[in-house]
Design a protein around this ligand. Structure first.
Ligand SMILES: Cc1cc2nc3c(=O)[nH]c(=O)nc-3n(C[C@H](O)[C@H](O)[C@H](O)COP(=O)(O)OP(=O)(O)OC[C@H]3O[C@@H](n4cnc5c(N)ncnc54)[C@H](O)[C@@H]3O)c2cc1C
Length: 371
């Protein structure tokens, strides 16, 4: 008998497991594949609190708090698991290709500065100086966000899982949760491909697959997959310092001369093949941004499925009809960034602690999730 079963061994499930284990809950993570093989293993690892989330978005406070949790978390995970999550604070540069985009990004810089963020508008000349390998002549300038760092997403997921285990959690891989067990509208456990397992609480953190599982409880959660393709290359030279973000293509410099280039977006697709048209457009755009990338050495390509919701906000809350059944899903393009705060917030919910009202994004209800 567990205190909490978590369905899904992605970054969200493992972050919740880690936070609950720190609070002495006996936790089991159940994963149908292996830990971190789905969206969490596919992510580029950018912590785009400013780049991805506007200062006026309901996600803003959550995103900025989560980004601030990374430095101490990286230390904690290193000492518990021995894994370095490769946290790098080298900022994100968002390019403006036209005067219209430049105007919008200058306004975004003003809004971010007014809300206390460090954000700097770079003219074409300043951009050239900052990133000399960038084809800046075709740009109208850029927004530089120095505190939007990055991590290795695969290692973050692994480090959270190993640390949770070190603190007493169990992990069951290659096991699919098929249904929930309930008694008088209260969760009692789950039915899996290898038998039933009992628990006081259950959290569905199944990423893009959460909708299918929750259908069994008559909850039509509007989480749907958005397929993304990425690839990675190596280059002997130091081509850039910051991550470069442009509509339709980003380039993220990793350790050891590796670069991740992404990502396509195909809604409602759970296909996991890599298609040449997607790769072709990414390669073309990436070389258009940094021409020296044409001499990079190929490593590999992959896909992942981002869990998106209709209004773009993740679900974090309790099932409207079943006490003790929780949901943490729908983090779309920002699950790596939001993993620390999601883990801590879900642990607060399950513990019954009062939760900061600015974090109540959307409550789960049949009314709001009419598929
Ligand atoms: C190409 C790409 C690039 C990205 N880049 C970034 C980025 O730079 N920064 C960022 O913050 N985010 C990024 N993201 C988004 C981020 O990866 C996701 O938001 C995050 O990984 C979601 O985590 P998750 O744990 O909810 O989902 P997942 O990682 O998909 O994990 C869900 C897990 O649940 C398991 N599961 C589902 N159903 C069941 C069941 N019934 N029984 C047992 N197990 C089950 C699945 O097998 C899966 O392992 C990117 C995503 C993609 C695809």
């Amino acid at each position: 008998m567990y205190d909490v079963i978590i369905v899904g061994g992605g970054v969200i499930g493992n972050s919740i497991a880690f936070h609950l284990s720190k609070r002495h809950y006996h936790v089991l993570v159940i994963e149908k594949d292996t830990i971190g093989q789905k969206a969490s293993g596919a992510a580029a690892g950018m912590l785009g609190a400013q780049n991805e989330v506007g200062a006026d978005s309901p996600l803003s406070s959550l995103a900025r708090q989560s980004r601030a949790m990374f430095p101490p978390l990286a230390e904690e995970l290193k000492s518990l698991s021995g894994i370095d999550i490769e946290l790098i604070h080298s900022g994100i540069i968002r390019l403006a290709r036209t005067e219209e985009e430049a105007k919008q990004l200058k306004q975004a810089a003003d809004r971010q500065q007014n809300s206390g963020e460090d954000a700097e508008w770079l003219s074409r000349e300043q951009l050239k100086e900052k990133e000399p390998n960038l084809s800046a002549d075709s740009m109208a300038g850029a927004l530089y966000m120095p505190y939007d760092g990055q991590v290795n997403a695969r290692l973050l997921t692994k480090a959270l899982a190993h640390s949770a285990v070190k603190l007493g959690a169990d992990i069951l891989e290659h096991t699919e949760v098929q249904d929930f067990l309930t008694e008088n509208n209260r969760i009692t456990g789950v039915r899996t491909t290898t038998g039933t397992i009992l628990a006081n609480s259950v959290v569905t953190a199944g990423g893009a697959w959460s909708r299918d599982l929750l259908k069994k409880t008559d909850l039509a959660l509007d989480v749907y997959p958005v397929k993304g393709e990425c690839f990675s290359v190596y280059h002997d030279e130091h081509l850039m310092t910051s991550s470069i973000f442009s509509p339709g293509c980003y380039v993220v410099p990793k350790s050891g001369g590796r670069f991740i280039i992404g990502a396509t977006q195909k809604p409602d697709s759970l296909d996991d093949s890599v298609r040449l048209d997607g790769l072709h457009s990414l390669i073309k755009r990436a070389i258009g941004l940094i021409s020296e990338l044409r001499n990079a050495k190929w490593e590999k390509a992959w896909t992942g499925h981002r869990p998106q919701t209709k209004n773009g906000l993740p679900y974090m809350g309790e099932h409207p009809d079943i006490n003790g059944l929780w949901v943490a899903a729908g983090h779309f393009r920002n699950g790596i960034l939001l993993a620390p705060i999601t883990g801590s917030l879900m642990a607060d919910y399950i513990e019954g602690k009062p939760v900061n009202d600015t974090f109540r994004l959307q409550q789960l209800s049949h009314k709001e999730v009419n598929l």
